[in-house]
Design a protein around this ligand. Structure first.
Ligand SMILES: C[S@@+](CC[C@H](N)C(=O)[O-])C[C@H]1O[C@@H](n2cnc3c(N)ncnc32)[C@H](O)[C@@H]1O
Length: 367
C-alpha cells in the first residue's frame, strides 16, 4: 500500500476511468432531449435503484454512471485496501477470478480490476512474482442499457490505454441473471456435454464417416471443474432488502458452499433501514456455508481516498455540461434540486457504505 501511495496509483487509474467516462458521456448525451432524459431519471436513480423499472427509464444508465460510478469506484478501492489491512484480500497462484454480482456500470468491477492490475505492476517492478495477480472479472448484470454503457466504457478505457489493458475488455460482457447461476448444476451439465462431444471425420480407408470423443473423461472433468470458480465474490449495493436476499438464497447458498478455501465474499451496502436485517441474513448464509467473518461492517467512503475531490470535480463537470444542453431542466423536482445544490452551492459529504467481508478457511480456526 506504501508503493500504491508513493506512485500515485489510485490517482492514475482514477484519471483513466474518469477520462473514459467523460468521453462516453459526451458521446451519449448530445442534445437537450438527452440531457432532459438524464435529469428525469435522477429521482429514480437516487431513491429506487433497487427497482428494475428504474433502469428502464431512457436516461437511467447514464444518470447512474454520472452520480455513482466514480464515487463507488473510489469507495470499492478503499474497501479493497481494508481487505489488505485485515489480511484477507484473496490471492491465487494464477491470478484471482472475480465475480461481481449486479455489476451496474461497473464501479466495483473496474476498481477490483485496477487494484489487482496494480499488484501485478508492483510484482513487475519489485521482481516478486507472488504479487503477480492478473485479475479475471466476470460481471453479472441484468439490465441491457447498463450493459451497453459498461461495454462502451470498457472499450474506451482500452482504447485510451493505447490497447494495453486488454483484461478490462472482460467488462464488455456479462452473465445476465444471477438467478441462473448455479455452479454445481452447471458444472455437472457441462461435464456431461463435453464427455459425449464427438469430432466427426471422413475415413478414406474405410470410406465412411467416423467419430472420436473429443475429450477424455479427465479432460471433460477438468474443463467443467474450472467453470464458475471464483476467488473473490462481490455484492456491491446488490443485496439491498431482505426479500432480495431471499430471492437469491438458492444461488447464494450454491455459490458460497461451492467456493474453495481462500475465497472471499465482499458485501458493500447501506446503513440503517433494512440493512441490519440484510447483513444478519447474509452472516447466517456465510457462516452456514463455511465462511468466517473478517470485516464486520466497517464504514468505507470515497472521502477516505486521495481522489475524493476529483470525484466531486468530475461530477461538477458533467453537471455543467448538462446545464449547457438543458438549462435548469426538471428544477421543480426535490431530488433534482438536491443534486443541483450539491454541484453548485452546498457540497454534501460523500456517502459511506458498510463493508462486510468473509473468508473461507481450509480448516476451522481453533482460536
Ligand atoms: C443498485 S445497482 C448496483 C450496481 C453496482 N454494483 C454499484 O455498486 O453501484 C443493482 C444492479 O443489479 C442489477 N440486477 C438486479 N437484478 C439482477 C439479477 N437478477 N441478475 C443480475 N443483475 C441484477 C440491476 O440491474 C442493477 O444494475
Amino acid at each position: 500500500m506504501a508503493w500504491v501511495t508513493a506512485n500515485d496509483v489510485l490517482e492514475t487509474k482514477f484519471e483513466a476511468l474518469a477520462n473514459a467516462l467523460w468521453t462516453l458521456l459526451q458521446n451519449e448525451i448530445r442534445t437537450s432531449e438527452d440531457a432532459h432524459a438524464v435529469w428525469e431519471a435522477v429521482p429514480a436513480v437516487l431513491a429506487r435503484c433497487n427497482e428494475q423499472a428504474t433502469y428502464e427509464m431512457p436516461g437511467a444508465a447514464i444518470a447512474y454512471a454520472w452520480l455513482h460510478l466514480l464515487d463507488r469506484y473510489a469507495r470499492t478501492w478503499s474497501a479493497l485496501e481494508r481487505l489488505v489491512t485485515a489480511g484477507c484480500l484473496p490471492l491465487a497462484k494464477h491470478g484471482v477470478r472475480i465475480l461481481d454480482v449486479g455489476t451496474g456500470p461497473g464501479p466495483s468491477a473496474f476498481a477490483a480490476y485496477d487494484f489487482y492490475a496494480a499488484m501485478t505492476e508492483f510484482a513487475a517492478q519489485t521482481g516478486n512474482k507472488q504479487w503477480r495477480q492478473p485479475p479475471t472479472i466476470t460481471c453479472v448484470e441484468f439490465d441491457g442499457s447498463t450493459n451497453h454503457l459498461r461495454h462502451h466504457l470498457a472499450e474506451i478505457v482500452f482504447e485510451q490505454s493505447e490497447r494495453q489493458s486488454n483484461g478490462v475488455l472482460a467488462m464488455c460482457f456479462a452473465l445476465s441473471d444471477f438467478r441462473a447461476i448455479v455452479p454445481r448444476i452447471e458444472r455437472k451439465r457441462l461435464r456431461e456435454m463435453l464427455r459425449w462431444t464427438e469430432d466427426e471425420y471422413f475415413d478414406e480407408i474405410t470410406n465412411e464417416w467416423v467419430s472420436d470423443l473429443r475429450y477424455s473423461a479427465d479432460e471433460a472433468n477438468d474443463i467443467a471443474q474450472s467453470l464458475h470458480r471464483y476467488r473473490l465474490i462481490i455484492f456491491s449495493n446488490f443485496l439491498t432488502t431482505v426479500s432480495t436476499v431471499d430471492t437469491f438464497k438458492p444461488n447464494l447458498v450454491d455459490i458460497l458452499s461451492d467456493a474453495q478455501p481462500g475465497s472471499v465474499i465482499m458485501v458493500l451496502g447501506g446503513k440503517g433501514g433494512p440493512y441490519p436485517d440484510v447483513y444478519e441474513y447474509v452472516n447466517c448464509l456465510a457462516e452456514s456455508t463455511g465462511f468466517e467473518l473478517e470485516v464486520p461492517g466497517e464504514l468505507v467512503s470515497s472521502a477516505d481516498t486521495v481522489v475524493s475531490d476529483r470525484v466531486y470535480a468530475e461530477g461538477v463537470k458533467v453537471y455543467k455540461y448538462l446545464q449547457r444542453l438543458a438549462p435548469d431542466a426538471a428544477e421543480d423536482i426535490p431530488e433534482v434540486q438536491m443534486v443541483r445544490s450539491h454541484f453548485t452551492a452546498q457540497r454534501q459529504a460523500a456517502p459511506s457504505s458498510q463493508l462486510w467481508a468473509y473468508r473461507k478457511h481450509r480448516w476451522p480456526r481453533t482460536t
